[in-house]
Design a protein around this ligand. Sequence first.
Ligand code: HEM
Length: 470
Amino acid sequence: MEAAEVLIPQPDGLVGEAPASPAGPLDPDEAARLPAPPTIELPRLMQVLRFNQRQIQFVFRARRELGEVFRMRGIVAGAPVITSHPDHVRSLFTAKPELAPSLTGESPLRPIVGPNSVLTAVGPRHMRQRKLLLPPFHGEAIERYVEMISDVAEREITRWPEGSPFSLAPRMQAITLDVIMAGVFGIEGRPQRGTPEHGLRMATKYLLAASTWPLAQLAELMNIGRDEPVGLTKSGLALLDRPTYQVIAARRRARDLHERRDILSLLLLARTEDGEELTDKEVRDELLTLVLAGHETTANSLAWIWERLVRTPDAHERLREAVRADEDAEAVIEATIVEGMRSRPVIPIIGRRVTVPWRLGEYAVAADTPVTMSILLLHHREDLYPQPFAFRPERWLGRKPGTYEWIPFGGGIRRCLGAALAMAEQRVVLEAMVRRLDIEADDPEPERAVHRNVTMIPARGAHVVARKRR
Ligand code: HEM
């Protein structure tokens, strides 16, 4: 079911500054005066297949042939419109939540984490869950995890093969899994066999690996649009739920619950505005959301950064030198991560469903239209990023990413809750790897992208050869 495709330079002819493009809610009379966006003229099934398997070619081609805003026939209800203009992005990120609820409420994760988690809920329920979860994800709270992430990374690096090729992605996943287990569940190191903590770690590892099998992807398709899981997804989840509920029950009874800083403990202590505590099911839904949203994304983002670095000797050397000499190391590490996430956004598209007519530049779309933002197209606009297909971390030295121009974490009230944690993980792991290892590509050809669920990942998992630095 998977196909790989390469991101080849495709100039869009945009020069100078991005021209302003009015966007936002319209009343029906105004909307009637503007044309609808052009539609991709291909049979629906072919569009869905191409979008799912070759999204890069699909969106770049439509952008070239139809312009900045176009419409496709897709699998979410209604024909989604795709845009990549920063003003359109701004209009959606800053809209009142009821005018542009997130499309994640309709995502394939819905039957898995239920309709009420911070990822899948919309409206007041979403705000309630987000308020409960925000404190442990703040930048300051994340600082506490840095030492733990560093220990996990150092431990993992020592296990890697020396001098023979291997894929970085699974190694990065081992790190992000340990970080999630520690930060989210408060389970540090390797738990003792036979304990619910051990069961939970093993079941999570197994299910995350199994989710990449073709059968699991088929199962996922069967689950789209449902509130409850069916088939393989249902039996897989039962395996995970048992130890999860055991860990929740044990933690409720833990004597040190009030002193603990992990997210599970904070959720058990949290109270809603009405003074209610969360039920076990609510806690389980949020924990699972965090595992699913935070594990593969961060791991593959790191893998992409390395896929780019080993094929861009200038950038790699500058990073190595900055870390070695400890000169501007922080700025250069940050710039490398920001550029990696610009050029290879792990989640290449996000969306909102507008509930009123919406202006997108010269076009208007009707109420109840899914409006998606192609992060990939936005990040490759030549008017925002000269030579957009080149990997150039230096473009970020002394420049901050624009809120509506660099959006790998989305934005507005749906911005990724784990962004600070993901950035901290990437900083710590990247620096540890640069400090300890000489890393090279095993093949000079760029790795192709594979689209798996909502993510875009390197086809060979960032295949490299590593040697200890002398
Ligand atoms: C490099 C790593 C990551 C990337 C690229 C990423 C990207 C995203 C994106 C694009 C969204 C949707 C935003 C929108 O629609 O505006 C999102 C939402 C979310 N992410 Fe992440 N994410 C990453 C890591 C994490 C981590 C580590 C966690 C937590 C442990 C996490 C938890 C979430 C949650 C809970 C949401 C839903 C927020 C809401 O709807 O209010 N993510 N992420």
